[in-house]
Design a protein around this ligand. Structure first.
Ligand code: ATP
Ligand code: MG
Length: 431
């Protein structure tokens, strides 16, 4: 094989009856070989789909030697087929083995033999040869594209802030620390302070990146490394940010079903995640709802996992929980002027699952300093951040959307590890 050969390859999905009689070359992975003695049928897959090849004569013995999932280059004539799932088939004239696969493989990527998630993650590269799995990651790529497109249309500027930071972003806990030359450094848990600062020069910013939390969680929705879509905008209130998130979530889902249905059909295409509106329910209303469901939570307490699961039965799809108690939210969240025990904050939920947290930010440096103290943090460790509030800091609001959790919803996955290529949790550090 030389470079020219691969340039001349034909993709599996591009052949139809108009190609009958042509001699074409394909490259792909052998998914199946059915040996009927005098005739054999191969199913070969490339990035676009499968084609069927018919093998006869001396070539049959070649194919008997090639293990499944090996890479072959096949040359042959396109002809009519009796197979129902193909329009045409390839009468194989030549085969070249480009890369031989081991036999047996650690998992069966066709999915005929079911493997545990752990085993699949151990062989993730091979796992991607399963059609449903590869479509999870194609959908991930498309969702990122659609989110970027949406935010650009709203005049947001994409930024990249450091992930190696010198001090804890939002308080000391939960950070991975490491040695950085002669200093101590940490992996960023969010871009919170940077994105707020950037509103003073760019007004509207967003960032899509990995963040790191050293929380020893053992759940299906937490990882030590996760991807967040963060946005921050000057002169918007938390209600405006909810409008943006509502529009972003609904339009992304609509667009995926409308334009990428060949991928979405792999995940139960009932389209029940498609909604017209996302209701906004106050934290206090949630407490009332929970009380009537027999779950008593005092004002000021966080909504526990069992409480969120109960709430998720009442509101099984997307809903916002708004106006959380001030004491439950971080120092940078602004409180309501007339009711300081409530904050201008929101979470977007899908059933029990939290997807987004956001709110209006405190932009007055003196009040921010007080807030830090009230939360037991030392304003001196935030001096770099606080000084930017003296440089014409605009009132601003923003949020962070857990992209992996959003992907769980888009692909109807119950474990976050399904939608992350190489997940990191308390146990898993490789591959
Ligand atoms: P939770 O209460 O579910 O642990 P959080 O309130 O601590 O989440 P935030 O700090 O509000 O999380 O982060 C914003 C969003 O980032 C969350 O709504 C969630 O979607 C996502 N997120 C946070 N931590 C993780 C994690 N460890 N793994 C995956 N996604 C996460
Ligand atoms: Mg949160």
């Amino acid at each position: 094989m030389n470079d020219n050969d691969t340039m001349k390859r034909t993709f599996a999905s591009s052949i139809d009856k108009t190609n009958i009689g042509q001699n074409l070359t394909f490259i792909g992975w052998i998914e199946d070989f059915r040996d009927m003695g005098k005739i054999g049928f191969i199913s070969v897959r490339d990035m676009t789909g499968n084609f069927q090849g018919v093998v006869t004569g001396e070539l049959l013995s070649n194919f008997r030697e090639i293990p499944r999932q090996s890479v072959i280059m096949v040359n042959g004539i396109i002809q009519e087929t009796r197979a129902e799932s193909f329009q045409v088939e390839v009468k194989v004239e030549k085969v070249e083995l480009l890369s031989k696969a081991a036999n047996p493989l650690p998992i069966d990527p066709t999915g005929r033999v079911i493997s545990s998630l752990d085993k699949r993650l151990d062989s993730r590269a091979l796992d991607l040869r399963n059609l449903r799995i590869s479509n999870i990651f194609k959908t991930r790529s498309n969702a990122l594209y659609l989110i970027r497109k949406y935010l650009f249309s709203k005049m947001f500027v994409e930024v990249n802030t450091p992930k190696i930071i010198g001090s804890a972003t939002e308080g000391g806990a939960d950070l991975f620390g490491f040695e950085y030359f002669a200093k101590k450094a940490f992996l960023a848990q969010s871009p919170q302070l940077y994105k707020e600062q950037l509103t003073l020069g760019l007004e509207r910013v967003f960032e899509i990146s990995s963040y790191f939390r050293a929380e020893p969680s053992h759940t299906v929705r937490h990882l030590s490394e996760f991807v967040s879509v963060d946005l921050e905008a000057a002169f918007l209130e938390y209600g405006d940010v909810m409008d943006i998130i509502e529009d972003l979530v609904i339009s992304t889902i609509k667009d995926l079903y409308a334009n990428y249905n060949n991928q979405m059909k792999h995940f139960d295409d009932s389209q029940d995640i498609l909604v017209d509106k996302i209701p906004r329910i106050t934290y206090e209303k949630c407490l009332e709802d929970l009380k009537s469901l027999g779950e008593k939570i005092e004002f000021g307490e966080d909504l526990s996992d069992p409480a969120l699961r109960k709430l998720g039965e009442t509101y099984p799809k997307f809903y916002f929980i708004v106006d959380w108690p001030t004491k439950l939210k971080p120092f940078y969240i602004l409180e309501h002027e007339k009711k300081s025990e409530l904050s201008k904050s929101f979470d977007l939920q899908y059933g029990y699952l939290e997807i987004v947290s956001g709110g209006t930010r405190e932009h007055d440096s003196a009040r921010l300093k007080n807030k830090l103290q009230e939360k037991g943090l030392n304003p001196n460790s935030f001096s770099n951040h606080l000084q930017t509030f003296e440089w014409g800091m605009p009132p601003h609001s923003g949020c962070g959307l857990g992209f992996d959790r959003f992907m769980m919803i888009l692909t109807k996955s119950t474990n976050i590890r399904e939608v992350v290529l190489y997940p990191r949790d308390t146990e898993r550090l490789s591959p």
